[in-house]
Design a protein around this ligand. Sequence first.
Ligand code: 5CA
Length: 421
Amino acid sequence: MLFSKFFAPTSKDVPADAKIVSHRLMLRSGMISQTASGIYCWLPLAVRVLEKISKIICEEQDEIGGNRVYFTTIQPADLWIESGRYDVYGKEMLRLKDRKEGEFLYSPTNEEQATDVFRKYVKSYRGLPTLLYQIHWKFRDEIRPRFGVMRGREFLMKDGYSFDIDFDSAKKTYEKVFKSYLKIFRRMGLTPIPVQADSGAIGGNMSHEFQILAETGESALYYDKKLLSASDDELMTTFAVADEKYDPKTSTVAEKDLAVSRGIEVGHVFYFGTKYSKSMNAFVLNEKGEKIFPEMGSYGIGVSRLVAAIIEASHDDRGIIWPESVAPFDATILNLHLKNEKCREAASEIYAAISSKKEVLYDDRDVTVGEKLADADLIGVPWQIIIGQKKIENGVVELKNRKTGEILEISPSEVIGRFLN
Ligand code: 5CA
C-alpha cells in the first residue's frame, strides 16, 4: 500500500475532549472519525485492525465447532415481545417503525433471533450441541457514551449462542468457549483476567467477564494474585470480582494475596439455561420422543472495544505499539528522501520484494523527514524500514523495531531476506 494513496488522515493535534490515550491515538492516527455521540466511522487503518481481530476470533471459534452466521441488525419487535424482554430492555434499545407502522429495533444483542433460527431448523437431539456466532454491529443507546469506541453507541461485537441437550453438556460448552476466549485474547498480546460476573439484562446464573488490566479501565478489579499464574482450568474458579461486588468480609482471599487494579471488559460469557428456549417454545425431541428445551449460553466479545483496549495496553508517548498479530501492516517503509535516486530504488526494491508475503505500507508521501518518522511511530506498525540518503550511500538501511526501539543497520537484501523467511 502506498501511503500517498492511503486514507489515513494523521494529525499532530491532541483533541481536547479525548480523555484517554487510546481515544487520542485513534483520532490522531486517523483510525476513526466521529459522526455523532458514540457513533464513529472506521477508517482504513482501523478496518485492517478490526479484520485481524475478527480473523483470530473466527479461527478460535471454528476450532471449537462454532458456525459463523450473520444475524440481522434490524429485528422485529415480536421476537422480543415473545421472550418478554421488549419492555425490560428499556431506553438502551433503539426502536424503529417501518412504513407499515410495524415495530422493529436495532439489535443490541441477538439471543431471541438465534433462538428463532434454531427452532426453525433443529427439531431433534441429534442436532445438538449447536454453536452459532457472528461478528456484527450493535446499537445500544448508552446514557454515557465515552472514551471513543471504548463505550460507543454503535459498536462491533462478536456474539455467540449455544444450545445443548442438558446442563452437563451446556457446562462443557461454556468451558470450551471460556478457554477459547483465553486463547483469543492471548493471541492479541493481552492478559485476560476472568472475573465472576453479574448477568444483568442477558439473564442467567453463571457468568464471567474477561477483563484486561489497564489504568484507564472503567472497572475496579479485586483478584487473587495467584490468578496471574493459574492454569486455564483454575482461572474459572480463582477469586476475582469487579467493582461493587467486592466485599472484604466475604472475600475468600487474605488481604496479602489480594491484587487491586483497574480493567477493561473485553468479553462476557453467560449460561442462562432454558430462559429463551422455554419462553420462545424452542424445543427438540429426545431419543424417547419427549420435548426438551435446550440449555443455552451466550458469549460476547467487544471487537471494536478491543481495538481501543489493545492500544491502552500497548503504547508509549509517541504512539501505538501494535502486537504483530493485530497490526494493520507488518512493516512500513520510510523513504526519507524521495528525490534521491538511490533511496527511491532501494525503497521500490524492498517494497516489491516483501509485499508478496507481507502487508507493507510504503511511505512515499512528499512530507518532511520529521513527519514521516513521527507518523510511523504514531501508527505503530511493528517494523520500520528507514531509507535515508547517507545510509544508502553506505549500502545500508535501518530496520527499527517499534516496540524496543532497537535499530539494525543492514543491507536491503538482508532486510528482504528477513521478511521473506
Ligand atoms: N449477548 C451477550 C453476549 S453475546 C452480550 O450482549 N453481552 S455484553 O452485553 O456483555 O456485551 C459483550 C461485550 O461487548 C462486552 O463484554 C463489551 O466488551 C462489549 N460492549 C458492550 N457494550 C459496549 C459498548 N457500548 N461499546 C463498546 N463495546 C461494548
